[in-house]
Design a protein around this ligand. Structure first.
Ligand code: CMC
Length: 390
């Protein structure tokens, strides 16, 4: 009944009104609540960005302190969550465990299920932002067979995450300011990105009134794919496979070959038809971190040369394919000691604030409808049914 527009991949569909994030893909502009990503990455910390995404204003120092205290208070997960982990194979992909355990949170916080109350919604948002680093670090510890490390309230958000990842109870991992700043910046650069696949998934799941933990688990699942958040892991794997500068032309040729499904990972974006501003900051950060840690990673040379060759190639120029946020993030994470299969979990951790901000905004808007696209039916017309014995 009625007419609808056929728009596979939602190339031209605006699905909602939102005041959270603005992107001008032609000019390479990204603003959160009106503030440019370059300024936020340079001058704000991740929790400040979380506050502004959720509250539509920058916090003053008292508000910031109260927000930080609240997040810190919620970092522990229920002890029963340990039992969830024991059900996974030791070598399970961390994203598989994250998807399951985030969804399982809904069974612990029944008081959060009244999604009509804005205060309750914010409380679930805080819980999710606070507990994601704990869950992500647990995924890692489970994989490597080390005991889980409890959150520490005296550390910053990024430091606490690093401590839960790398500390073993007996000895503390030394977190340098350069490392914690780099991780905080990676979180900021991934915090939100308007109606990307995972955020749209969270909105669609939430539009039916589903509970927030289930909605975020849906977001984690959507993020996992290599065309989306899985690209950071795929990009580093690709750089390792290329291995040396002399092999770049072979991979460029494969990326251009229509008969070959290979794509240059970390290149291209649905919205940016110019430089992804996050990639520019990430590239600078990558150089800073490697020089501060005194690491000479040959993959950085491969990445820089690959970027140079691709950008001067007519194929990439015509299709407006530029490096995206995932192109350099993997090299930083690797330098910090984070294994490749954890990269997408870190994206999920950072994007959680974007997901919950959109979910909260959607449920605050009057007249909210369930998300329910239509289709072009390509099956059989009506035909008679013959009983199976005939
Ligand atoms: N390498 C080679 N060719 C490419 C690439 C690439 N990375 N990306 C797009 N193309 C080509 C594609 O083959 C197509 O060519 P043609 O028009 O001749 O068929 C054209 O460019 C348009 O591609 P598309 O897939 O129709 O564009 P899209 O907007 O649907 O896809 C994308 C965007 C990000 C999924 C895609 O560029 C891609 O697969 N990139 C690699 C994966 C990646 O880095 N993803 C991370 C995105 S940023 C982080 C995030 O938000 O998740």
């Amino acid at each position: 009944s009625g007419y609808f527009t056929y728009d596979p991949g939602f190339m031209a569909t605006g699905s909602c009104e939102s005041s959270i994030t603005f992107i001008d893909g032609a000019k390479g502009v990204l603003l959160h609540r009106g503030y440019s990503i370059e300024e936020l990455a340079r001058d704000a910390d991740y929790l400040e960005v979380c506050y502004m995404l959720l509250h539509d204003k920058t916090p003053n120092s008292e508000e910031y302190k109260a927000f930080k205290d609240t997040i810190t208070r919620h970092t522990l997960v229920h002890d029963q969550v340990n039992n969830f982990f024991r059900g996974f194979r030791r070598d399970a992909h961390p994203m598989a465990m994250l998807c399951g355990t985030v969804g399982a949170m809904s069974s612990f916080y029944h008081d959060d299920l009244d999604i009509t109350d804005p205060e309750q919604r914010l409380r679930s948002a805080y819980r999710l932002v606070a507990k994601m680093p704990t869950l992500v670090a647990m995924c890692y510890k489970y994989n490597i067979g080390q005991p889980f490390v409890y959150p520490r309230n005296d550390l910053t958000y990024a430091e606490n995450f690093l401590n839960m990842m790398f500390s073993v109870p007996a000895e503390d991992y030394k977190i340098t300011p350069a490392v914690s700043k780099a991780v905080d910046r990676i979180f900021t650069l991934h915090a939100d990105h308007e109606q990307n696949a995972s955020t749209s998934t969270v909105r669609l799941a939430g539009s039916s009134g589903a509970n927030p933990y289930a909605c975020i688990a849906a977001g984690v699942a959507s993020l996992w794919g290599p065309a989306h958040g899985g690209a950071n892991e795929a990009c580093l794997t690709m750089l390792q496979e290329i291995g040396s500068v002399d092999r770049i032309p072979e991979f460029i040729a494969r990326a251009k070959d229509k008969a070959d499904p290979f794509r240059l990972m970390g290149f291209g974006h649905r919205v940016y038809k110019n430089f992804d501003p996050r990639a520019t900051v990430m590239r600078e950060s990558c150089h800073e971190v490697l020089s501060e840690l005194n690491i000479d990673d040959p993959l950085l040379n491969v990445a820089m040369e690959l970027e140079k060759i691709a950008l001067s190639d007519p194929y990439f120029a015509e299709k407006k394919l530029f490096p995206n946020v995932d192109f350099y993030s993997g090299i930083i994470l690797k330098a910090i000691g984070i294994p490749t299969n954890m990269f997408t979990c870190i994206f999920a951790l950072a994007r959680t604030v974007g997901w919950v901000s959109h979910w909260h905004e959607m449920l605050s808007q009057p007249g909210q409808k369930i998300g329910r696209p239509r289709q072009l039916y390509t099956g059989e017309a009506k035909r008679p049914y013959n009983k199976i014995d005939k």
